[in-house]
Design a protein around this ligand. Structure first.
Ligand code: AMP
Length: 404
């Protein structure tokens, strides 16, 4: 299968070719013709599957023709949950659309609104936006939706997890009724399905056989460890494996800061990225990590979703996520674009319930490994607390007469 057989125009094929994409990924094979046909789409897609090109390529093609956009109007809106993802999608749009004259912009919160208002004045064909900032811009009359043709909800599950549902509802009510809708989500909870029912009109469904499964390219296992020994184990893993690009997940901003300090104190270069950091600090942290200036990026779920680091080989769950679906999102950061990855979870006794929830969600029992060379002194033997297949009992030795 080639990109040209999907009905994409020459300027897009040239851009894709320059990116070195030899052939389309499965989601692209399925999504591109559907989007070009003008139908609604509901796609179960994890990150790393190539979904961004799956919708941006055909969108750019649709937008390269048709009506001319008027002042402050937009023709396609891509709603994303985080600033990082907004930047990444906008980068993809710029890359794939470089030989087309489609005007695109990106807007997100945490930075000054005025320059964004200026950018939108002349009209925009494709706008990538986070929900809150989009509404602010609308309220300040910087945006009009009367020409809107296509709405894309990217990472819809994450959008709901982050509490954007009421913003998304408000935005939907502002849009023209007749439009094309595309919804992408890694997981489909009842809440996401509610949104699907509200938004999509007889959608083509793709990718559902892989729902709630983790990428085949990611090797996953857990290491059982006493809570108080996790930092020592993490430092040990980084050093003994000579890892120089590792993404570590924690559950709270405080934990991210604390862990970063402790790792730095341990001689491991680390930087934290979370929602309390300014946009500048987040961009810097990510750039330092991508440039290999720091070995460990400690992240919370909220910001991690948008991080696209090609060739990220390792992900560590320092703590298991409280929401099981986030396990899939977290480990989806590695093993992207056809490369192999490793996802290791450090699991302490208090996380047994979270572990079993994750295992039932992904329909697999994660391999338990012990870390050779690291000898944690457990107060409680964790193997007793964490379900693992029971070893068959050894038969009792028969006492032979005269034996001591
Ligand atoms: P995404 O899931 O959209 O975040 O894409 C994951 C990564 O795959 C990105 O770094 C893309 O540049 C890359 N990618 C997307 N489509 C292809 C393709 N057909 N061939 C090779 N790489 C691709």
């Amino acid at each position: 299968m080639s990109f040209s057989s999907l009905g994409l125009s020459e300027p897009l094929l040239r851009a894709v070719d320059e990116e070195g994409y030899a052939s389309p990924y499965p989601i692209q094979v399925e999504a591109i013709p559907v989007v070009l046909s003008g139908r609604d789409l509901m796609a179960a897609a994890q990150t790393g599957t190539g979904k961004t090109a799956g919708f941006t390529l055909p969108l750019l093609q649709l937008l390269s023709g048709g009506q001319k956009v008027k002042a402050n109007n937009i023709r396609a809106l891509v709603l994303v949950p985080t600033r990082e993802l907004a930047v990444q999608v906008a980068d993809s749009v710029a890359t794939y659309g470089k030989y087309l004259s489609v005007k695109s912009e990106v807007v997100f919160g945490g930075v000054k609104i005025n320059p964004q208002m200026m950018k939108l004045r002349g009209g925009t064909d494709l706008l990538v936006a986070t929900p809150g900032r989009l509404l602010d811009l609308y309220r300040q009359n910087a945006l009009r939706f009367s020409q809107l043709e296509v709405l894309v909800l990217d990472e819809a599950d994450r959008m709901l997890d982050l509490g954007f549902i009421s913003d998304v509802h408000k935005i939907i009510t502002l849009l023209p009724k007749s439009r094309q809708n595309l919804l992408f989500s890694a997981t489909f909870s009842d809440e996401v399905r509610g949104l699907v029912d509200e938004l999509l009109n007889d959608p083509v469904q793709i990718g559902f056989c892989q729902q709630n499964t983790t990428a085949q390219s990611v090797r996953q296992w857990i290491i059982e460890v006493d809570k108080s020994k996790k930092i020592a184990l993490l430092s040990h893993l980084v050093r003994s494996n000579k890892w120089n690009q590792l993404l570590v997940f924690v559950n709270t901003k405080q934990d991210a800061n604390r862990l970063t300090q402790r790792l730095t104190g341990d001689g491991v270069s680390a930087v934290a990225i979370h929602g309390n950091k300014s946009q500048g600090a987040r961009t810097r942290a990510l750039a330092d990590f991508k440039a290999n200036n720091v070995s460990v990026l400690v992240a919370t779920d909220i910001v991690a979703r948008g991080i696209d680091i090609s060739e990220l080989p390792h992900v560590i769950n320092f703590e298991l996520p409280k929401v099981s679906e986030n396990y899939i999102h977290r480990i989806g950061r590695t093993g992207r674009a056809g490369l192999e990855g490793e996802a290791i979870s450090l699991v302490s006794a208090d996380e047994v319930k979270l572990l079993s929830d994750i295992e039932s969600l992904i329909h697999q029992t994660l391999v338990r490994k012990t870390e050779v060379g690291f000898v944690p002194t457990h107060n409680v033997p964790l193997t007793k607390l964490i379900n693992r297949p029971k070893k068959p009992k050894k038969p009792k030795k028969q006492k032979i007469k005269g034996e001591k």
